[in-house]
Design a protein around this ligand. Sequence first.
Ligand SMILES: *[C@@H]1O[C@H](CO)[C@@H](O)[C@H](O)[C@H]1NC(C)=O
Ligand SMILES: *[C@@H]1O[C@H](CO)[C@@H](O)[C@H](O)[C@H]1NC(C)=O
Ligand SMILES: *[C@@H]1O[C@H](CO)[C@@H](O)[C@H](O)[C@H]1NC(C)=O
Ligand SMILES: *[C@@H]1O[C@H](CO)[C@@H](O)[C@H](O)[C@H]1NC(C)=O
Length: 752
Amino acid sequence: MKMVTVLLPFLLELSSSWPCIFSTDISNIASKHDQLLTHRRMKRNWMWNQFLVLEEQEIKEPLYIGQLRSDLDNNDGSFKYILSGEGARTIFTIDANTGAIYLLKKLDREEKSSYTLRARVINGLTGVPVEAESEFIIKIQDINDNEPKFIEEPYFVRVPEMSPEGTFVMQVTAIDKDDPSYGNSARLIYSMLQGQPHFSIEPKSGIIRVASQMDREAKDQYFIIIQAKDMVGSEGGLSTTTTVTISLSDVNDNLPKFQQSIYDMSVMETILVGEIVGTVIADDRDIGINAEMIYYIEEKGDFSMFDIITDHITQEGIITLRKSIDYESKRRYTIQVKAVNKNIDERFIKRGIIEDTAVIRINVEDVDEPPVFTQSEYYMAVFENASIGSYIDSVTAKDPDITSDLVRYGIQQTYPRYFDVDSQNGSIAIIKPLDRETTQWHNITIIATETKNPAQVSKVPVYIHILDVNDHSPEFAQKDDIYVCEQSKIGEPIQTISAIDKDDQAFGLYFTYSSVPEETNNANFTVRDNKDNTATILTATDGFSYQDNSLFYLIVIISDNGTPSLSSSNTLTISVCNCGANGNIESCKSQGFLSSLGLDGGALIAISIGVFLLLVLSVLVFLRQRKKHDTLLEKGEDFRQNFVTYDDEGGGEEDTESFDIIGLRNKPVMREPKCNRKIKRDIPSLYRMSLRLGPDVAVFREFLAEKLEEANTDVNALPLDSLHIYTFEGTGSMAGSLSSIESMCSDIERYI
Ligand SMILES: *[C@@H]1O[C@H](CO)[C@@H](O)[C@H](O)[C@H]1NC(C)=O
Ligand SMILES: *[C@@H]1O[C@H](CO)[C@@H](O)[C@H](O)[C@H]1NC(C)=O
Ligand SMILES: *[C@@H]1O[C@H](CO)[C@@H](O)[C@H](O)[C@H]1NC(C)=O
Ligand SMILES: *[C@@H]1O[C@H](CO)[C@@H](O)[C@H](O)[C@H]1NC(C)=O
């Protein structure tokens, strides 16, 4: 650093009115002087308008930093130097006489790197400017007073494990506030203090790279220390350090590995298909999706018996049963299970191996099982005419266990029982006659029980189909009587008939109709089989007259097509009627058609007979009814309840016709009055009097009057609107009253 004295040319003008002029027209004056002294500027060899001052100097006394001087100044002290602008008088000062500039304070380039100041020179006596004002700059010169600083620290970065050498990790940057344009104070060099040999840093750029492959499974985080030093890293430079935390992210560089190479599992033979046999688990040193795996069963050995499913949460392999197992047929299964990662990273497949294998041995354990029927259900069929005791079919059940136990059979109770099962051999026999027309199916349940362990029980449904036998003859479908018109001609169809059969019609029942051979039947009608399960009755003669012969009986034989065929003879009653011109019946001899005809004499008689029959029937019913009552008495039951419902109290002892008094004698209703009040004393006495005296109106009226009086005065009586009146009961009855007059007391008692 050099101290430079700047000589500034100043024009000196002596003027007494300086302040006034200066203040009013200073620019004018200045330019005038300028013009005047143009030629004099030539004298100046150089002109500095810049001072250099070192920053960070400790100032104990004003530090001389430069000199202003007018070449007109002849050092007689008449000139005065004045400083103005940035930091004038606070940071910089000037010796007014000599023009020497001093620094008053420590400066920091990083705060302000230059100051612009102005200087004037005036005549000390007149105050007139000697020279024009001039501007100059004081520049602060840098020293290395700032250390580098890392931006954005602390640093965290993730880099995949197993990254190859030279993989870019990150770039760190430090800045130095010192002047980058001057010296080396701001020229930085990066170095790694900690972190080798895994990482390296480029000295100039600060780029961190992988220096050697790392395995996350060994160490998943590194702390490295980076230094930045200015002065191009040379001795004496300022430095700073920072930490970079480098985490390794996972890649799938590990295979799953079963915890055991052989697993032994045992399972009950009763396990159901789909149930869990056991679980296996393979470990994977990777994490997250790189540790996700899939299990499968290798298509070897007993693979078809089992399934494996992967639990994607626990990463377990769950082995389930695919087909049912049986201790008695196979006791040990072996399968091979493989575990493979879901997300395979091709880079890390070594020797083509991508999975791990484990052997699973499954032992089946014996369970005491109930008997097993040879079929899950049995269908049997038997003809309905099968005789009692006949064998239908057998069921068979066996104990599936190794120590096969004997099995006993039974029938689950139903009522009525038609079948029995032999407890030893399971043969089913009939014990009750069957009828298909009543029950077509008998669905029963057979039970099999182990003899040594009766708790081991199995059931099986047995469906017994009762097969049809042609055991029902055909019969007429309708029982209507038919008629023939007197006017009918030979060969005229008079009625079509059909038949039904209760037997199974499923296989196309087919009826044939015929009349009995000529000698027994009459020749007046013929039966024509229509071959469609119907037949038509035709006239074989003409000249029917209901006067002569009003009724004909025609025997029709109907046969079915069963094996053997069944037939029946059925009689048709044919009435002869007088028909109108249009074929409508007008009159018949027989009763069957009365309803459709007007009422003639015969009909009236018939109706009378009907009415008479009805009457006889009613009488019979009535007598029957009476007999019922008698039997009630004979049984000696408590018939009092029935008695009180009788409206007719009879005419006393003499009246034996309308009422059987014997019953009363056998079991008289003599309930003891229990009533303790006054009423008890009076009522029976009056009542007895009434019995003695007979239907004397006066006495009875008195009785009623007393009753009324009694009721009005009795404070204990119920406030009823009506008084119960007990009518006179006749005299001389041995049985006493049938009414509830005496029980009234107890009734009242009950109410109170
Ligand atoms: C049952 O009926 C069939 C056919 O109708 C017959 O063959 C068989 O003999 C009959 N059985 C008995 C026991 O009556
Ligand atoms: C079953 O046993 C009973 C009685 O011992 C015997 O009558 C029957 O014929 C047997 N049935 C069969 C199918 O063996
Ligand atoms: C019995 O079983 C048969 C055949 O399964 C069925 O058609 C019938 O409806 C059953 N009868 C009863 C009463 O359950
Ligand atoms: C056929 O009808 C005539 C006259 O109606 C009668 O005399 C005769 O007995 C009838 N024949 C038979 C077999 O009933």
